[in-house]
Design a binder for this molecule. Structure first.
Ligand code: GLN
Length: 486
């Protein structure tokens, strides 16, 4: 059962070949056996999941209509609000926070009759690239337990790769869906900014954050996007469907694109490790054999993406995280004698080091006197990067690049050197600054047998084409079929 994709499982459940209870029991058996090592989940909901699964089985037997994910065990990153369990953001400050509502994306999973088995570990407040910044627990890469999962949605990626759920939701502010997906050998899609509602997603960098699926196949990614995409009146940045209609992403998924024109940015790719570059070259060759024309372009401002991102994201974070004041939410210091101390001591005690670093960086960049020099400058760079993409997409339908300069690195390798960690986001960040969609799909393995991801970027609101382009590659290759051993 474990080797089934989410859509295959759904179809088998619908056909009565396997029950949702059986599928969920199999997942919880894996969780019991593997979680002590992998550590993908912050919380799991066995009883609720089995109860929901039984209810769906009953409805199916009675011939009642069911949703698009009927009975399928899925996981949700722990920065999405749920009325069940806690919503911790892997932070001590929210360790006991219980949300009064569900995030829209979670609500949509529930309406589609998915069974939510648990909430996954992450870097605290989604700040990080390895999940080592979690304030609550450790997660290791199912392919090699001495290595990181990537981050910040490392728990979701490890859960999908490790057979601990059939599909998961992550969030991506600068690569947090795509990079862990590539480190764990699964598929990660960051939709266009505004395609999926952010309502109930705990804000990190509000102008960059986007929820998306982490799955074992491109088809599952399309299925999940079908469920979560769409306008939401509770999120003013979710896009009006009369302007950018949502389509059925599964409908034409298996139709290859004709006269496909793909671009690569050679001077930008040289920073990647040799084996990553080789996997990219091989992927390009596959697209050529599929009839695509591959052109070389130049995007002069991509080199500045990291610098701009770490000003903009931290500026937004410093403002978003001001609400954790020991009064409204979460942890309150017991050592505080007055209200100023409630604020300062609660934050000092419960925020982790990286979160504090970013709050300070962001506050500094926004302070009067430095605002123009840093924040405003970064916004200008953001516009130049966006313009680079607009120009590039006049010449091609998609851009191929690595997801990350390396495969999964060793636990502890970069955690004490923030700049080194930040540099690992070099290929993913530009898509968030430009607001465009990007997908990471498995495209090879390195000498250590670690998965390597291929990133494909396309213009805003062209997820239908992006998924089809990704599917063309997946159909030709077997990388996505390989699973880690346990
Ligand atoms: N790694 C990036 C960061 O640390 C991106 C995180 C994300 O996408 N949430 O900010």
């Amino acid at each position: 059962m474990e080797n089934l994709s989410a859509i295959q499982l759904r179809d088998k459940i619908a056909a009565g070949e396997v029950s949702s209870v059986e599928a969920n029991e199999a997942i919880f058996k894996n969780i019991e056996e593997r979680e002590p090592v992998v550590g993908a989940y912050i919380s799991t909901y066995r009883d609720n999941a089995l109860e929901k699964a039984a209810e769906i089985d009953k409805r199916l037997t009675a011939g009642e209509p069911t949703g698009e994910l009927a009975g399928v065990p899925v996981a949700v990153k722990d920065n999405m609000c749920t009325t069940f369990g806690a919503t911790t953001c892997a932070s001590k400050i929210l360790e006991n926070f219980h949300a009064p509502y569900n995030a829209t994306a979670v609500e949509k999973l529930i309406s589609a009759d998915a069974v939510i088995v648990g909430k996954t570990n992450m870097d605290e407040f989604a700040m990080g690239s390895s999940t080592e910044n979690s304030g609550l627990k450790k997660t290791v890469n199912p392919w090699d337990n001495t290595r990181v999962t990537g981050g910040s949605s490392g728990g979701s990626a490890a859960a999908v790769a490790g057979g601990l759920c059939f599909a998961a939701l992550g969030s991506d502010t600068g690569g947090s869906i795509r990079q862990p997906a590539s480190f764990c050998g699964v598929v990660g899609l960051k939709p266009t900014y505004g395609r999926v509602s952010r309502f109930g997603l705990v804000a990190y960098g509000s102008s960059l954050d986007q929820i998306g699926p982490i799955t074992s196949t491109v088809t599952d990614s399309a299925l999940m996007l079908n469920v979560i995409a769409g306008h939401d009146s509770r999120d003013s940045t979710s896009v009006d469907e009369t302007i950018a209609p949502v389509c059925d992403y599964l409908e034409k998924l298996d139709e290859p694109l004709e006269k496909l024109k793909i671009a690569v940015v050679p001077e930008f790719n040289v920073g990647a490790e040799e084996q990553v570059q080789k996997a990219l070259t091989d992927a390009i060759d596959i697209y050529k054999t599929l009839g695509a024309e591959v052109i070389e372009i130049n995007m002069p401002h991509l080199d500045y993406a990291i610098a701009a991102y770490y000003v903009i994201a931290t500026a937004e974070a410093s403002s978003n995280l001001a609400r954790y004041d020991g009064v409204h939410y979460g942890h309150r210091s017991e050592k505080a004698d007055d209200y100023i101390e409630i604020y300062s001591k609660s934050r000092a005690e419960a925020f982790g080091q990286e979160v504090k670093r970013r709050i300070m960086l962001g506050t500094y960049a926004l302070s009067s006197g430095y605002y123009d020099a840093y924040y405003l400058k970064a916004l200008k760079v953001r516009n130049l990067i966006r313009a680079d993409f607009t120009k590039a997409f006049e010449k091609c339908e998609a851009i191929l690049m690595p997801v990350s300069p390396t495969a999964a690195f060793k636990i502890g390798e970069k955690v004490d050197d923030p700049l080194k960690m930040y540099l690992s986001d070099i290929y993913t960040i530009a898509a968030n600054l430009a607001g465009i969609p990007g997908i990471s799909i498995p495209c090879g393995f390195d000498d250590n047998d670690l998965p390597i991801g291929l990133q494909i970027l396309s213009p805003a609101f062209t997820e239908d084409k992006l998924l089809r382009i990704a599917r063309m590659f997946e159909k030709e290759t077997d990388y996505h079929r390989k699973r880690p051993d346990f």
